[in-house]
Structure formats: structure tokens, C-alpha cells
Design a protein around this ligand. Structure first.
Ligand code: CAA
Length: 400
């Protein structure tokens, strides 16, 4: 990691600083070899998960009692991990992140039995995990999901389709959200653990995207899971999904931050070496303006991300607004920083395989997944309006 000065911020303790140093060294030594075959995304993802698990890095996505390293999910550590891995490679970040998102609901709401059975293999890198919320007709409007889960004796039977599922097809376990019908809309949804080899679960379609990673549409055809696989209360699934996203949305921002830091470093090196019209590219004021904007945007992203993560780690029950701000700002800012880096590289910036070209493709999906920028704006505006409305409704207090 080039700029490590942010680690001195009061959001972190010495454990975080040591973690960042050790993971940074591990990633520099191992990630380039692990991702050498980017054409085989499934195989590369499996290799990455195995390596991350064997080296102990996945322990940060589970609570201490179930193979993890801290008492609960430490959002700052998860964000640091994504930032550092993201600096090295998008797929390395993805492999780490999905282990966390795919099990976050179990860590936060699962029964002790579910935690004991389904967290340790993910921490060890033996099982690949996935989070299955989105459906063809329910993306941003997540409460509209149509997949059904019908109680039948001691089991639930799941029917329907999920799409845009990261790790779809290679996952050993899915956290799946389905309509159990206790009430209409958001209050009639429940969360389930579904094993990847459950009878009736199949891959309908593999989805190719500009920065390849395992992605699929899944079909659930009378998939039977025991009632003990319910995660959280029946009818409480929407809140389980939203609370899980509260934890992991800041970490999407952190991955974008890692991409942006890498792009800025690449741009700094390139502009220092490149001569143009008799002077260094780095000495042109137009270049310096881009560098100043990028450095400021990166620090603003880091402040928002680690503020949200710190607040959650201090026990804030909800950090929905803070996480949305972090995710929105960091992903949008990273897109601009990376685009400017491509511009500074000139033609080389769009040549396949060049670092900034890969980052340009990697960043785009982050402005969409785990809640598009427009969804984050809805969340931020609603909460800001509600805070003001509550102030206006409160009995008048004496001015300070
Ligand atoms: N924590 C706990 N509870 C929450 C919550 C949170 N963060 N957010 C909302 N809730 C509760 C609300 O309090 C409310 O409960 P009450 O009625 O008891 O008060 C209930 O949930 C419904 O809340 P809303 O009325 O706000 O729900 P809504 O339908 O208007 O949702 C939304 C609004 C924010 C747009 C939401 O639908 C949303 O976040 N959409 C985006 C979905 C998303 O992020 N999908 C990502 C898929 S995963 C992915 O992309 C991963 C990948 O593949 C890489």
C-alpha cells in the first residue's frame, strides 16, 4: 500500500495497523501468481478462496466463536481487507468479499447451529458462499421479490429464480431470500441457508460481464430445506438483508477506494516518467489539477468509509445512511479517478491488460451492485428528511 498515512487516523487500533501491514505483504507476494489465469474465472476464484482461507485472511468475516478473529464482524478490518486486495486485483477482492456477504446474514442473525455448521468451512476457504437476493423483477426494489418459500412439515419448499448472483454456480452455500407471506411487501420475506448441492437448484444461465467474475441466474425448483435453515425470524428476511448490506456496503466503497489508490499510483508513476512537449507530464498544471482532485477524492472516500465502519464497530445499531454515503461517494469518485488515470496514460490506457484499463472495467459494476448509486441517494435523502421532520415535531427546546 503506497499511502498508509490514513492508518494513523483515530478510527483504527494497532490490531488494524498490523493487519493492514501483514495482508499488504501477503497480497504483494501471492496475488499476482494466483490471478495469472484471468480467463478461467471459476478456477481462479476457487484458487483465491483456498489461498485466502489457508493463509487465515477469511477469519475476519466471522465472529470469534466460529473461526473468526474478533468478537463480532469488525467492519473496519473487512474494509481494510477489501481496500488492500482491491489495490492488487479485482477478482482477489471479489473472492474475499463474497465469502463475507454470503455468510453475513448467518453471522448476524443465524442460530448457533447454523453458525457452527456453515461458517467454519467458509472461513477455511473450503466452501464458497453467495448472497441471493436479486430477481429478474426485483433489483433495486428488493421488497418486490417473488420467489416463494412454502412451509411443508418440518421444511420449507423454495420455488423461483434469482439472477445476478455472484458466485452463482460455484457456491457451496447460498443465503437466499424468499417470500413466506406473513404480510405483504417487505414484512413477508424470510432468509434461508440453501446448500449448493440441494436437489432442484440449478444454473439457468451464466452471465458474462465486462470485468469477468462468476455470475449466474439460478432456478429453484421445489428446493427443500429444513426449517432449521431459516436465518432470523420468519417474515424478518428483509431486515436481515438490509442489516447485512449495512455491514457490507461500506466495504464496496473500500474496494473502490483500493482501485482508486492503485489508479492514482499508476498515474503518478506514468506522469513522472513521460515526457511531453519537452517537459514531464507530471509538471503540466493540467496533470497536477487531476492529481489534486484524485488525492482529495480518495481521502474523502476513506474518511466516509472508515467513519461508517468505525460507527458500526462502536455498536451503532444502524449505519444505513453512513454506509450509503460511503458506498456512493467512493464508487463514483473511483470511477472519475480511474477515468482520469486512463486519460493520462493516453492510448496505452485503453490497451487490454494495462492496469488502468483493467481498473476501468472493474470499477463500473461497483456503482451498481449492492445498491446502485440511485438507491443510496434514496436512502440518504429519506434519512436526512426524517431527521429534520423529527426535529420539527419535537417540542421546542431552549436555544443553546
Ligand atoms: N436495517 C434494519 N432494518 C431496515 C434497514 C436496515 N438497514 N433498512 C430498512 N429496514 C427496515 C425498515 O425499518 C422497515 O421496517 P419497519 O416497516 O418495521 O419500519 C423495513 O425494513 C422496510 O424498509 P423500507 O420501507 O425502507 O423499504 P423499501 O422497500 O422502501 O426499501 C431500498 C428501500 C433502500 C431501496 C431497498 O429496497 C434497497 O436497499 N434496495 C437495494 C437492494 C440491494 O442493495 N440489492 C443488492 C443485491 S446484493 C448484490 O448486489 C451483491 C452482489 O451480487 C455483488
Amino acid at each position: 500500500m503506497a499511502d498508509r498515512s490514513f492508518l494513523t487516523w483515530p478510527f483504527f487500533d494497532d490490531g488494524h495497523r498490523r493487519f493492514a501491514g501483514r495482508l499488504g505483504a501477503w497480497a504483494a507476494a501471492h496475488v499476482p501468481t494466483l490471478v495469472a489465469d484471468h480467463d478461467d474465472v471459476d478456477g481462479t476464484c476457487r484458487k483465491l478462496v483456498t489461498a485466502l482461507g489457508s493463509a487465515g485472511w477469511l477469519a475476519v468475516i466471522a465472529p470469534e466463536a466460529h473461526g473468526g478473529v474478533r468478537h463480532g464482524l469488525d467492519v473496519r478490518t473487512i474494509c481494510l481487507a477489501r481496500e488492500i486486495l482491491g489495490r492488487h486485483d479485482g477478482l482477489a477482492d471479489f473472492a474475499f468479499a463474497m465469502q463475507g456477504l454470503g455468510t453475513g446474514a448467518i453471522s448476524l442473525f443465524g442460530s448457533d447451529d447454523l453458525k457452527a455448521r456453515w461458517l467454519p468451512p467458509v472461513v477455511a476457504g473450503e466452501n464458497i458462499a453467495a448472497f441471493a437476493l436479486t430477481e429478474p423483477e426485483a433489483g433495486s426494489d428488493a421488497s418486490r421479490i417473488a420467489m416463494t418459500a412454502t412451509a411443508d412439515g418440518d421444511a420449507y419448499v423454495l420455488d423461483g429464480r434469482k439472477t445476478w448472483i455472484s458466485n452463482g454456480g460455484i457456491a457451496d452455500q447460498y443465503t437466499v431470500f424468499a417470500r413466506t407471506g406473513e404480510a405483504p411487501g417487505a414484512k413477508g420475506i424470510s432468509a434461508f441457508l440453501v446448500p449448493g448441492d440441494a436437489a432442484g437448484l440449478s444454473v439457468e444461465d451464466r452471465i458474462e460481464v465486462i470485468a469477468p467474475h462468476p455470475l449466474a441466474t439460478l432456478r429453484f425448483d421445489r428446493v427443500r430445506v429444513p426449517k432449521s435453515h431459516l436465518i432470523g425470524p420468519a417474515g424478518g428476511g428483509f431486515k436481515v438483508a438490509m442489516a447485512t448490506l449495512d455491514v457490507f456496503r461500506s466495504s464496496v466503497g473500500a474496494a473502490a477506494l483500493g482501485f482508486a489508490r492503485r489508479a492514482l499510483d499508476e498515474a503518478l508513476d506514468r506522469s513522472a516518467d513521460r515526457l511531453i512537449m519537452g517537459e514531464r507530464l507530471a509538471d503540466l498544471q493540467m496533470t497536477q489539477a487531476k492529481i489534486a482532485d484524485a488525492a482529495t477524492a480518495i481521502d474523502a472516500s476513506a474518511l466516509l468509509i472508515y467513519r461508517a465502519a468505525w460507527a458500526k464497530d462502536q455498536g451503532a445499531p444502524r449505519i444505513t445512511r453512513e454506509a450509503s454515503m460511503a458506498k456512493m461517494h467512493a464508487t463514483e469518485a473511483a470511477q472519475t479517478v480511474i477515468d482520469d488515470a486512463v486519460q493520462l496514460f493516453g492510448g496505452l490506457g485503453v490497451r487490454s491488460g494495462v492496469v488502468v484499463e483493467k481498473l476501468y472495467r472493474e470499477i463500473r459494476a461497483l456503482r451498481i451492485y449492492e445498491g446502485a448509486t440511485e438507491v443510496q441517494k434514496i436512502v440518504i435523502a429519506r434519512q436526512t428528511q426524517a431527521t429534520r421532520a423529527a426535529e420539527r415535531d419535537a417540542p421546542a427546546e431552549a436555544a443553546p
